[in-house]
Write a protein that binds this ligand. Sequence first.
Ligand code: ZN
Length: 246
Amino acid sequence: MIKTRSIVLHRYPYSDSSWIVKALTEECGIVSFIVKGGKKKESPFKGALDPLALAEVVFKHNPNTDLQFIKEATLLRWHETMRGDLLKLSHAQVMAEMLLRYAPQGVPLDEEFPRLEAALQELDDKEADGAAFARWLLSTCEMWGYHLDIGTCGRCESKLMEPAADFSPESGSFLCKNCLGMAEPRARAETLEGFWALHKNLPIQDAQYTENALISYLRTHIGFLKEIHSLKWLQETRKLCSPQKT
Ligand SMILES: [Zn+2]
């Protein structure tokens, strides 16, 4: 029997009454569970196996099958505030889908769990600064071996004392003002200020530009061959949620 905390990444119907739940667990990485009777109103699991819920689950690990039977699931945190905010919810959906598609399955993921847990907790916090998704993307670059050196010019290697003058998602390097010279920067000022804020742990104004730069950096390096469907939804939600600019 394994008892571990878990975060549901994806859930889909399996039959009239059952679900298949793919969850990131603290102990065993990504595990697929079959939840018999999970769709019934009187399901003993309540919200514990809802997508993006944090729960404690108990299951018997059967090495001969990819689908594990879940015995118990106790809801620890449903992330109610996050669910009530379309933009935060779509950030969480992208994180879950990226992990599901790009993290290896069937092996423990020691870093992924605490980072996702922290990001969801932050998204669920009304007082948080709105940079949770950008921070998660940056830490995912680190976690998967694509370090970004925000504080150093990639060409002359001098330490940056202000936001970089440019960023290239292809090379993942930043340029100082001197090295950029008269050239037109490709990155937007908002993107570069956002990176700087991440570096200095300051609040970000327009986090979406930095989020996009991090996504396109990851896309270049992991090779996002498979489409991340929730990214489309994120774009739509951003349009819906952005204040009308005059
Ligand atoms: Zn330089």
